[in-house]
Design a protein around this ligand. Structure first.
Ligand SMILES: [Zn+2]
Length: 192
């Protein structure tokens, strides 16, 4: 028997099929792709959903399939009604001990979004900070120490009036540095 010309209901392309094929498969679409597209978004009747549910109950899903399903569902947005349904379904249901433990394991320690790398990393960071701090201060003659020393002296003398280290002029810092160095030298000599 010759092939019969048909028009695809999805894309409008003209294609040819044998009558036997049309009898078996309907011959409405030019390709599987078009058949899937035509089915997408279409609501299934409750009978069909029920039928599928019965055929699927008791079937064991392999780990591979579970992984694939999880991969496909990632980032998928649920509709408001869907979320509401889930909420109602979960209401009053207690989580099993194993489930709770699983969740805890998944969100604690290294898996937590707040994880910074643990105690060892914190200690290393502190060590780095200290090392760099020492580098910038350059010992006891650093501006920071000298300004502090001037400020302490001044605050002691200036009965109640506080001065900030920002107000100390650089000349004064230089002078104090020289003074400190001299005092240190004198002390060294006395020790000898
Ligand atoms: Zn088509």
């Amino acid at each position: 028997m010759p092939k019969i010309e048909r028009t695809c209901q999805q894309c409008g392309k003209v294609f040819c099929r044998y009558p036997a094929y049309i009898k078996k498969w309907g011959g409405k679409h030019c390709s599987n792709e078009c058949a899937y597209k035509s089915r997408k978004g279409r609501k299934q009747s409750p009978e069909i959903i029920e039928k599928r549910r019965i055929s699927l109950t008791g079937r064991i899903t392999s780990d591979e399939t579970k992984r694939k399903i999880s991969e496909a569902n990632k980032g998928r947005k649920l509709t408001k009604e869907h979320k509401q349904k889930l909420r109602i379904a979960k209401l009053g249901k207690k989580q099993s001990v194993e489930h709770k433990a699983k969740i805890k394991k998944a969100i604690s320690g290294e898996n937590n979004y707040n994880w910074m790398g643990g105690h060892e990393r914190n200690m290393e960071q502190q060590r780095v900070k200290r090392r760099e701090g020492i580098k910038t201060l350059k010992g006891r003659y650093a501006d920071y120490h000298i300004k502090n020393s001037i400020r302490r002296d001044a605050n002691r003398k200036l009965d109640g009036i506080k001065i900030s280290s920002k107000d100390i002029p650089p000349e004064l810092v230089e002078l104090k540095r020289a003074q400190l160095k001299i005092t240190r030298e004198i002390r060294k000599c006395q020790e000898k």
